[in-house]
Design a protein around this ligand. Structure first.
Ligand SMILES: Nc1nc2c(ncn2[C@@H]2O[C@H](COP(=O)(O)OP(=O)(O)O)[C@@H](O)[C@H]2O)c(=O)[nH]1
Ligand SMILES: [Mg+2]
Length: 439
């Protein structure tokens, strides 16, 4: 059932000068409001229509436009909706938007069109999040996996698990209602144990897949560290194929973090070139060193650059993924086969790229299938498994079925939360605030 919604309006395209802009409108009575100022009578009963005409206020032409109408429920939001294509000038858009606001519409908030689509059950929460992810995707690989979420393939990963737990719950409830059959209860405990373990296995697989998907979507942070003058900045430049970081033979040149982005095997890599770590009396250089320490803390992977084989340890790198490389290989005569040699200056860095692929787990076979790959979904999947573990402990203790149900209900709720089917007001506010206006 559609919820009664005041019409909202927003510019859906970017406000910069371009051939065409699009203003989006959705909500009750929006056909009537637009009709007052549009030269053509909108056909309100048609599923979808396209009209070419003029928007006028008191006979003053604002713009010649194309108007597309969508009768509910045949729209993105599920409500009556209109899209107005204007000549791409923000002054025209502003005039039209303020005219309609004066006549009963209001500015849409971030993501409000998509939120309405969700509230009207046109899409589930996984699809809603996918729409925002799609807008923000920076690689083809990310775009591919998000498309699965958009067309509902990703939701299908979790829906059978929802059915499985619902079946289990109804089975237990029957036994709570008919407690006189003791042997049924024994069977029930065994069955709960088996089903929960099966669900946990499935969730484990979803977590592994989702974490890989998350890397593909959001990439990883890689910090290049090492002593001054070993060639860190030269390496950043070689990796991103441009001269972004200043390279000199004066140790201590890089004081601030220089950042650069590239892709390796379709994975976005965010590189940080750091100040070389050494104790310095120079205040600016020591601030740079502190920033380096922070970059190390935040990085998913460290490239530790040296210019000769030695045992130096410049900083504690425990619990970090570290790739050690020996740079300036063009100056090194006797190379062993225990170390990874590169020459940043000669752009001879393939060995390092191969190693990065290996450490990050990028296979040559592209990762291209649906997965629950955003932080919210992954956090919920982990909570489900924790909840299952707790329930399995209760099960061992032969906790009475009605008390056990409290735990199993919690598992169900978490599953529903992934799909946005549980109590979702706060959740949806949080999710949609990350969208842009007009989406
Ligand atoms: N021969 C040689 N010199 C290099 C190589 N990489 C960097 N250098 C030189 O080493 C010096 C320091 O480089 P830079 O990138 O600023 O080092 P950083 O202080 O670690 O950032 C510069 O003169 C570079 O040209 C390399 O592979 N071979
Ligand atoms: Mg440098």
């Amino acid at each position: 059932m559609l919820i009664n919604m005041k019409p909202i309006i927003a510019l859906a395209t970017s406000p910069i000068k371009s051939a065409i802009h699009m203003i989006r409108i959705s909500g009750d009575n929006c056909f009537n409001i637009v009709n007052k100022f549009f030269s053509i009578n909108i056909l309100k009963d048609k599923k979808r229509t396209v009209h070419v005409g003029c928007i006028k206020n008191n006979n003053k032409l604002i713009d010649q436009v194309v108007v597309i109408t969508y009768k509910n429920p045949h729209s993105y939001t599920g409500e009556d909706s209109i899209e107005i294509m204007t000549h791409g000038n923000i002054l025209i858009d502003k005039e039209i938007i303020s005219l309609f606001i004066k006549n009963g519409m209001r500015m849409a908030t971030n993501g409000e069109f998509t939120m309405r689509a969700y509230l009207n059950k046109k899409i589930d929460i996984i699809q809603a999040e996918a729409i925002n992810d799609l807008i923000n995707a920076t690689t083809n690989e990310a775009k591919n996996i998000i498309t699965y979420a958009l067309n509902g393939e990703t939701s299908k990963l979790i829906k059978p698990i929802k059915t499985q737990i619902l079946d289990l719950i109804s089975n237990i409830e029957v036994n709570i209602d008919y407690p006189e059959y003791k042997d049924i209860e024994v069977v029930t405990y065994k069955k709960i144990n088996k089903e929960l373990k099966d669900i946990k296995n499935k969730i484990d697989k979803l977590i592994i897949n989702g974490e890989q998907g998350l890397i593909i979507k959001e990439g990883i942070k890689v910090a290049i560290i090492g002593k001054p003058n070993v060639g860190k900045s030269t390496l950043l430049n070689a990796l991103i194929k441009e001269d972004k970081a200043i390279v000199t033979n004066i140790p201590g040149t890089t004081r601030d973090i220089v950042e650069g982005d590239l892709q390796i095997g379709g994975i976005p890599i965010h590189l940080l070139d750091t100040a070389g770590i050494r104790l310095s009396k120079n205040k600016i250089e020591s601030i740079g060193v502190n920033k380096t320490l922070k970059a190390i803390k935040d990085a998913d992977l460290i490239i530790y650059v040296k210019d000769k084989v030695n045992n130096e340890k410049i900083v504690n790198l425990n619990n970090k993924n570290v790739i050690e490389v020996i740079n300036k290989s063009d100056l090194i005569k006797n190379k062993d086969n225990k170390h990874l040699y590169i020459s940043a200056k000669k752009k001879n860095i393939n060995a390092l790229i191969t190693k990065i692929k290996k450490v990050v787990g990028i296979s040559d076979v592209a990762f291209n299938h649906p997965c629950l790959a955003n932080a919210r979904e992954l956090a919920l999947l982990k909570r489900i498994n924790k909840s299952i573990d707790e329930t399995l402990i209760e099960l061992k203790k032969k906790t009475p079925l009605d008390l056990l149900m409290v735990h199993i209900d919690e598992i169900l709720n978490l599953i529903l939360e992934i799909l946005g089917e549980s109590n979702t007001t706060d959740l949806s506010k949080e999710i949609f605030s990350r969208f842009c206006v007009g989406k």
